[in-house]
Design a protein around this ligand. Structure first.
Ligand code: PMP
Length: 400
């Protein structure tokens, strides 16, 4: 019996019909009916604005909104006041790169990234470095394509003020030892931001235990809505940060002479928030927690092991990433462009991603323009791996 036997949740996902192998969950996850229902109710009989209305409907929605914040906090081992709602991981990183780095980075300071980062954990830091006259260093990867923490230990200097790393690589599935990375960063006097986009849907995350300073993730990869994400930051760091955008909700008192700002998290949430997104995220967390992150992690680990074994037995297939990758398998078929692989797989009802996966520097390191990437979710099972392997065998026959 394969450990990758389905978790028996597929019927909860109207977006994943029988016979379709959806293997692009690293890009975005399909939604369980519970999330769709929560969104429908929130836009229907429960709908009203938050934080303003004195009428009951709005007061109830405000309670739901803040209950979602508390749920997020409980889910990642944080305090509700440390949870800032943002559009997604991208906005969370940009917020820190502007509001933290904008006041903390001085000319000559350095930022440490790794060679496997997503563009959203590269470009905001380049922009911040340019504004401050700071510089960026890049931690290389080990032979088995993890962030090389020994190299990082040797690279860190007292000029490094920020270390920003992915918890799980969206291309390779490599899992970072966040605790060790955080200890190294703190040992040099730097702060550490963790991009948890691919980790939060795949393993239990406790920001306090990990020792990070900032942690970001996107709701849509956690089986929740698009347009909503989370920035968690240590209370004392958020407290010291200036606002991100100006507008309603983020103020304490406004006059034309002088405006004072609300404390976090409100200080960073200008304007009417994505009310329904927040409610949907709450439902997604309830759903995922109900299935159990330990079960999800064990399940995806088994799927990866089986997929790597099956794909690896095809002669012309090259696998990327470590054996114990978390839910993600990037591969190449010798002599075939990944886009052609994905197109042929699509004809057989298998949806994978092909491209640079917003990680062009990593593609350069791997020496390829693109990879084919199969990424797993809660609803996948052995039938999806069988369909994937059958499709890749067809690719090798067509191009063979
Ligand atoms: N970091 C990683 C590792 C990702 O996989 C992604 C999404 N592909 C992002 C950041 C950006 O997330 P979003 O587009 O939801 O802001």
């Amino acid at each position: 019996v394969l450990d990758s036997a389905p978790l028996d949740v597929r019927a909860d996902f109207p977006g994943v019909p029988e016979g379709w192998a959806y293997l692009d969950t690293a890009a975005t996850a399909q939604k369980p009916q519970a999330v769709i229902d929560a969104i429908t109710r929130a836009y229907g009989p429960e709908y009203a604005t938050v934080h303003r209305g004195v009428y009951k409907r709005s007061a109830d929605m405000t309670l739901a909104f803040e209950a979602a914040r508390a749920r997020v906090a409980g889910f990642i081992g944080a305090q509700p006041g440390e949870v800032v709602f943002v559009r997604g991981a991208t906005e969370g990183i940009n917020l820190v790169a502007q509001c933290w780095a904008g006041t903390q980075l001085k000319p000559g300071d350095r930022i440490l990234l790794s060679g496997l980062e997503h563009h959203s954990n590269i470009v905001p830091w380049q922009m911040a470095a340019e504004r401050a006259g700071a510089a960026i260093d890049v931690v290389p990867l080990t032979a088995d394509q993890r962030i090389d923490l020994d190299a990082m230990a040797a690279m860190l200097t007292e000029r490094h003020r920020m270390v920003a790393l992915a918890h799980v690589s969206n291309v390779l599935g490599s899992v970072l030892d966040v605790r060790r990375a955080a200890d190294l960063a703190h040992g040099a006097g730097a702060k550490i931001l963790i991009d948890g986009c691919q980790a939060v849907p795949r393993m239990a995350v406790d920001v306090a235990a990990l020792g990070a300073d900032f942690y970001v993730f996107s709701g849509h990869k956690l089986y929740g809505p698009t347009g909503i994400g989370v920035l968690w930051g240590r209370a004392e760091l958020l407290d010291a940060m200036p606002p991100y955008q100006g507008g309603g909700s983020m103020i304490d008192r406004v006059t034309f002479e002088r405006t004072t700002y609300a404390p976090p998290p409100g200080r960073f949430e200008a304007g009417t928030p994505h009310i329904v997104g927040v409610v949907g995220l709450h439902a997604a967390i309830d759903y995922v927690a109900g299935v159990g992150l330990d079960r999800i992690h064990a399940h995806e680990t088994a799927l990866v092991r089986d997929a790597r074994a099956a794909l690896g037995s095809i002669n012309s297939v090259r696998l990327f990433g470590p054996e114990d990758s978390a839910g993600i398998v990037s591969f190449a078929v010798e002599g075939v462009h990944p886009h052609d692989v994905a197109t042929i797989l699509d004809e057989g009802g298998v949806a994978i991603r092909a491209g640079h996966h917003c990680a062009q520097p990593l593609m350069d390191t791997l020496g390829v323009p693109a990879t084919a990437r199969a990424s797993f979710g809660i609803y996948n099972g052995p039938a999806d791996i069988a369909a994937l392997v059958k499709g890749v065998e067809r690719v090798t026959r067509i191009f063979g």
